[in-house]
Structure formats: C-alpha cells, structure tokens
Design a protein around this ligand. Structure first.
Ligand code: 5GP
Length: 194
C-alpha cells in the first residue's frame, strides 16, 4: 500500500535494526482516515472468502480490525491479554511471548464469540516474530472456526513471523513489507521478489 509505505518513510522512527516506531499515525496517535483505508484494503484482499468475523489482539490491532470489520460488514473481536473479571464464562486461551516487552502473557477470548460456524480473518498492526499471531491462530483452531487468512499492516519481513505462519498453512497478506531498515532508509519487499 503505497500511501502506508510513504508514511513509514516520512514519519517512522527506527529505534534499532529491529524496532520501528510509528506512534504519530498508527500506534499511539491514529490517522483515522488511513486506518479506514487500511480496513478497506484488507476487505478488498479478502473479499469472497465468506469472512464472518475479524479477530485481533488488544490493544494495537483494534483500530485496524474495526476498520476491516466495518468494510466487510461483520463484527470484530479482540483477544484480551489477561483474564478480566468481566470474562467469567469459558475461555479459549493461548500463551504468547511478547516481542516488545520480552514477557510471556496469556491471550483469551470468550467461547461465546467464536464458533465452528465462523470464518475468521485475523488482523494485526505488526508481524515480527509471529508469536502474537500464532497465539491467535491457536485460539481459532481451538474454537473449531475456519481461518481464512491473516492481514498485517506492517510486516518486518527480515523476522521469522511470516515463515512461522506459512508453515502452519496460513495465508498472510501485509500492506507494507519491510525488507530492511536503518535510520533514514527503509526498503520494502516487492511482490515479484517475495
Ligand atoms: P510478534 O513478534 O508477536 O509478531 O509481534 C507482537 C506485537 O509486537 C505486534 O503486534 C506489535 O504490537 C509489536 N511489535 C513488534 N514489532 C514491532 C515494531 O517494530 N514496532 C512496534 N511499534 N511494535 C512492534
């Protein structure tokens, strides 16, 4: 997605060779128009797959899952990072090792909201090590729902996430695929090279 790639080049802060900060338009302050366009792009890519629900993980995937849900005219659901007191019913849970925080946490969703009749699109902001998304794939599997694909806003293609998901048989589409990055220089994977 050309517009997204440009914004990353213009506003992204490269904190290390592995960490990109995009707080001015994606992760802290959110460019709402861009978020809606991202949702429309996911809806275009995954059109015709009979998606009934968009699934993400709190907090940074929420605005994109909502945008995709609006564009596909289906609900979105976000996995919670720890058991909340309001989640008293039965849960699907999975363990995730956080890339940014370096800690292990549990993600869970209520069994009421994902059923074997659902066809799921998973959406998230970043694909890095893939740990968060593998956790969500596991939750979809537990529910008996059918996973129709994963959409990521930014993929750091030099990390192992895509390979891990593809090894699980999951179709992954990312709107900006970063091949490498260092201050002042971001290069993208072009589909022909991918
Ligand atoms: P994972 O390593 O599981 O693929 O990434 C998990 C989460 O870490 C992503 O959903 C995202 O919220 C965060 N994350 C991973 N890499 C980056 C990065 O370079 N920048 C930012 N801002 N977040 C990241």
């Amino acid at each position: 997605m050309e517009k997204l790639e440009q914004r990353i080049r213009q506003e992204g802060l490269i904190l290390s060779d592995k960490v990109l900060k995009v707080d001015s338009f994606l992760n802290h302050q959110v460019d709402t128009r861009l978020a809606l366009e991202i949702g429309q792009e996911f809806a275009r890519i995954f059109a015709g797959r009979g998606i009934t629900k968009v699934l993400t993980i709190e907090a940074s995937g929420i605005q994109f899952a909502m945008a995709a849900g609006i564009a596909l005219d289906v609900p979105f659901l976000y996995a919670k990072k720890k058991k909340a007191v309001t989640l008293t019913e039965n849960l699907f849970t999975s363990e995730v090792v956080s890339f940014t925080r370096g800690e292990t946490y549990q993600v869970s969703i209520s069994q009421s909201y994902l059923t074997p009749q659902d066809r799921v699109l998973i959406v998230d902001d970043f694909l890095a090590t893939g740990a968060a998304l593998v956790g969500l794939v596991d939750i979809v599997k537990q529910s008996g729902a059918e996973l129709r694909g994963v959409g990521c806003v930014i993929e750091k293609s030099f990390q192992e996430g895509r390979g891990l998901l593809e090894a699980l048989g999951v179709e992954v589409h990312s709107l900006a695929r970063i091949a490498s990055m260092r201050p002042g220089e971001v290069t993208y994977v072009r589909e022909a090279e991918a």
